[in-house]
Design a protein around this ligand. Sequence first.
Ligand SMILES: [Zn+2]
Length: 51
Amino acid sequence: MKKNKKLKCPICGKQILKTKEYVPFCSKKCGDIDLLKWLNGKYFVTEDKGI
Ligand SMILES: [Zn+2]
């Protein structure tokens, strides 16, 4: 049995190659998407509290 570390991008599900720059994402694009999700979530919480 092989025990290779197969990283999968949490955004698009693609297998991540040796691109340490964007780990744990496959690309900068997916990293940005995750960041936006996080920022949006934080923003929504703040907005909800404001109302
Ligand atoms: Zn991706």
